[in-house]
Design a protein around this ligand. Structure first.
Ligand code: RUG
Length: 803
């Protein structure tokens, strides 16, 4: 938008007076932040309503991206950037004596997601608005986001994250768009006079779903889409309601949108979680239908104008819910309703981990959602009947929705959608060939791949301004919306001056991060050292342990040979563990204890440091990623569906140290083998071990001297404070089979680390690798990912940029 500095300053002062009845001098950062937020909202108001009107008037097909998680991060700078007024506002505030960065800190970082899946949804809505895709997010307005992580004596402690305490400047409560969601009670079907069956409900609990809408601003294009998050409230009561029963009801109902489940892969078998799933699904689907009907196109054309995307299985109840509305409220016959539902729905799978495949006890659904359970049974019955005619009965039995007293959500999502995608090519192949192979035999054409992506606007333009300016100087700024233009940087691969400038940018970012570590943790780290980063959820398959065992081996090497030629290293971890995931929490404690040991050992100086940042989340990622030299992507091959920190880190010039897992495989294809450091088992070798049963972790412990010493350190008191954890982890690796092949990959990993150490010593070689990584990262922009979803899955228009 066009905005002069002069006008901005006048608007800002006027808004401050209007909202707070205050002059500039009396105001503090909090008032200034909210004033700026309100001003941005006033700037976008017209375009927001214009966008919605245009969608209705032009009868555009619209996409609704249903996700239990949207890990947005702070929105202030992102909104300013997308509006094209970041610099004007920064300067204008500067003139008024206000530091924009100070206001940025006022905004809470809403943790409405656990990790990659939620952050992907946030990148997607940014990219969809920028790519002019008529698409909106649909989720839950959790009162408490993901817990705040504190380390107490090295242990993870979880504290509530009350992000709404001071209000959320970006949202608008839309009372007129509230809908009612029904739980519990009894339902029976009766014939209506007009020849269809209508359900009758008795004793149902009614919950009012109130939407809170936030603007999703496209980059430089006047498009403003919507993120709609639902909050659960008690419906209006009549005069006879007893006060205490009202309070009891209120607590029960409001708990539905109270907390985000702090788990990104373990199935949480809790009634409340199921309630959450149905709550936002039912509210979202009802509101879509209500909106669609305003166009008066006839319900039979729904799939031509509406696409509903199911992000992981959590929103899979969209399928029976849409069926319920079509059958019970629109009085369609089953065949038509089913046809429409399949054509409307699409589903993304994000994992092959068996424990993350949601299954709900049928009685639980029966009690909570009596009408939905009838529909699920009928979908299942018809599936068995119809597919049973075409395929072997064993195949059909193994793919049914209802099995062993449970509803298998992935099966429902697959049967009820027209498209099922994995999130990286390897992951999609594994789905097709192994995990979902039976479905692939039945519906081969439903399966496709859409490799994940990240928005370069948040993860480079905002997070790494020094690098952004360097790139702009070299190749211009078209990469903001045409990210593969970054490949033009390759022309500078032999240009010493550019490589030197790149090194300076990285150094500047490392100094900034070192200052942060010093201030927040009281730990000095040396910016000349290699900053080696592993930031992701703590999970055994991601193998933070492999990294830790190697750090211990370096420590012992330096203890035994103080003169050993090791390039100084700072190993940086950021990770939260699900509160109920004991093993992951033990690993956290062990890492913290090893950090204490190494960081306080006077023999080590600054050759080796271990930093475990507390409360890792989007805002911390924005600080760490620009400062990273090495990106640790070391999951056991086949286990990480895609990964997205791998993409963010390469975009910022870190060299990937990786197994051939998830999207690492595609990163390798784009940067070439010389610009990535690979190690470890491949996915097919892992499957071979499974098939043959020939992995014996104990042998590695016995035969590998370095490993032997490192593993013994876990149980012989070498690491003070973590005796219990050390023993448990030792047992998991040595005695109980080492599920994720940590010991098998150890030597290979150590050798790869050795290669990193050698490469880093030659700044020209290293910076050239970094440059090629940045130049090759454009293809991993979520702009391209969503454009592919738009054309290949949703069949909606988008502004497509050439790749
Ligand atoms: O673990 C996966 C990541 O590999 C992937 O990059 C991300 C986004 O697709 O989703 C993560 N994920 C998987 N988060 N939760 C699940 C459980 O289904």
């Amino acid at each position: 938008m066009d905005l002069s500095k002069h006008k901005f300053k006048a608007d800002f002062k006027k808004m401050l007076t209007e909202v707070y009845s205050m002059g500039l001098k009396e105001s503090e950062a909090t008032e200034q932040f909210f004033t700026l937020g309100n001003l941005i909202r006033s700037y976008i108001a017209k375009n927001w309503s214009k966008t919605n009107q245009a969608y209705i008037e032009k009868k555009k097909k619209q996409v609704y991206y249903f996700s239990m998680e949207f890990l947005l991060g702070r929105m202030l700078k992102s909104n300013l950037l997308n509006l094209g007024i970041l610099e004007t506002v920064r300067d204008g505030l500067g003139d008024l004596g206000i530091d924009l960065e100070a206001l940025v800190q006022i905004e809470p970082d809403p943790g409405l997601g656990n990790g990659g899946l939620g952050r992907l949804a946030a990148c997607f809505i940014d990219s969809m608005a920028t790519s002019e895709i008529p698409a909106h997010g649909n989720g839950i307005r959790y009162k408490y986001g993901l817990f705040k992580q504190k380390f107490v004596n090295g242990y993870q402690v979880e504290l509530p994250e009350n992000w709404l305490q001071n209000g959320n400047v970006w949202e608008t409560r839309k009372m007129h768009a509230a809908v009612t969601v029904r739980f519990y009670g009894h339902v029976w079907l009766e014939h209506s006079g007009e020849g269809h069956l209508v359900p009758h409900y008795e004793d149902a609990q009614e919950v009012l779903a109130v939407p809170y809408d936030s603007a999703v601003i496209g980059f430089d294009n006047e498009i403003v889409n919507t993120l709609r998050l639902w909050s659960a409230e008690v419906p209006p009561q009549d005069e006879s309601t007893d006060y205490w029963s009202f309070i009891h009801q209120r607590n029960e109902i409001e708990s539905i949108s109270e907390v985000l489940y702090p788990d990104d892969s373990n199935y949480e078998g809790r009634l409340l979680r199921l309630k959450q799933e149905y709550f936002f699904v039912s509210a979202g689907v009802q509101s879509i239908i209500r909106h669609y009907k305003k166009m008066h196109l006839g319900i039979e054309h729904l799939a031509e104008k509406v696409a509903i995307h199911i992000n992981d299985t959590h929103p899979a109840l969209c399928i029976p819910e849409l069926m319920r509305i079509l059958l019970d409220e629109e009085h369609m016959d089953w065949e038509h309703a089913w046809h429409l539902t399949i054509n409307t729905m699409s589903y993304t799978n994000h994992t092959i981990m068996a424990e993350a495949m949601e299954k709900w006890p049928i009685e639980m659904i029966q009690t909570l959602l009596p009408r939905i359970v009838q529909i699920i049974h009928e979908i299942d019955r018809r599936y068995v009947m119809e597919m049973g005619r075409l395929f072997d009965s064993k195949l059909i039995q193994s793919t049914r929705i209802v099995e062993g007293g449970h509803v298998r959500m992935a099966h429902m999502a697959i049967i009820g959608s027209h498209s099922i995608n994995g999130v990286a090519q390897l992951h999609t192949n594994i789905l097709k060939e192994k995990v979902l192979h039976p479905f692939c035999l039945i519906y081969p054409s439903k399966f496709n791949n859409k490799t994940n992506g990240i928005t370069q606007r948040r993860w480079l333009m905002l997070a790494n301004e020094p690098l952004r300016h360097l790139i702009d100087r070299k190749i211009g700024n078209e990469w903001a919306t045409m990210p593969t233009e970054l490949k033009m940087l390759k022309a500078f691969r032999e240009d010493k001056r550019t490589l030197q400038e790149l090194a300076e940018v990285k150094h500047q970012n490392k100094v900034r991060f070192a200052r942060f570590v010093d201030q927040s943790m009281g730990l000095e780290i040396n910016p000349e050292a290699i900053f080696d980063v592993q930031i992701k959820r703590l999970h055994a398959y991601k193998r933070q342990l492999l990294n830790l065992l190697h750090i211990l081996s370096l420590y012992f090497k330096l203890k035994d040979h103080p003169e050993a030629d090791l390039y100084p290293h700072v190993f940086i971890f950021g990770a939260k563990a699900a509160p109920s995931y004991t093993y992951a929490k033990q690993i956290i404690k062990l890492i913290n204890s090893v950090a204490d040991l190494i960081n306080h050992d006077p023999d080590i100086h600054d050759k080796l440091k271990l930093v475990f940042v507390e409360n890792y989340g989007v805002s911390l990622a924005e600080k760490i990623i620009p400062a990273a030299d090495v990106s640790e992507q070391i999951s056991l091959a086949s286990k990480e569906a895609s990964g997205t920190s791998n993409m963010k880190l390469m975009l910022n010039g870190a060299i990937t140290l990786a197994t051939l897992d998830g999207a690492n495989v595609e990163i390798k294809e784009h940067v070439g083998e010389d610009n990535i450091v690979l190690f470890g088992l491949r996915a097919d070798e892992v499957y071979h071990y499974y098939n043959e049963g020939t992995y014996h972790a104990h042998d590695y412990y016995e035969k590998n001297q370095v490993l032997h010493r490192v593993l013994n350190a876990l149980i012989d008191g070498t690491i003070p404070g973590a005796e219990a954890e050390g023993n448990a982890i030792f047992d998991s690796l040595v005695s109980y089979g080492d599920e994720y092949f940590v010991l098998r990959d150890f030597d290979d990993y150590a050798a790869a680390q050795g290669r990193i150490d050698r490469l880093y010593r030659d700044p020209l070689i290293w910076q050239k690798m970094a440059l090629i990584n940045i130049a090759s990262a454009g293809i991993f922009s979520s702009d391209y990912t969503v454009q592919q979803y738009a054309s290949q899955i949703w069949d909606v228009s988008s502004k497509v940029h050439r790749i």
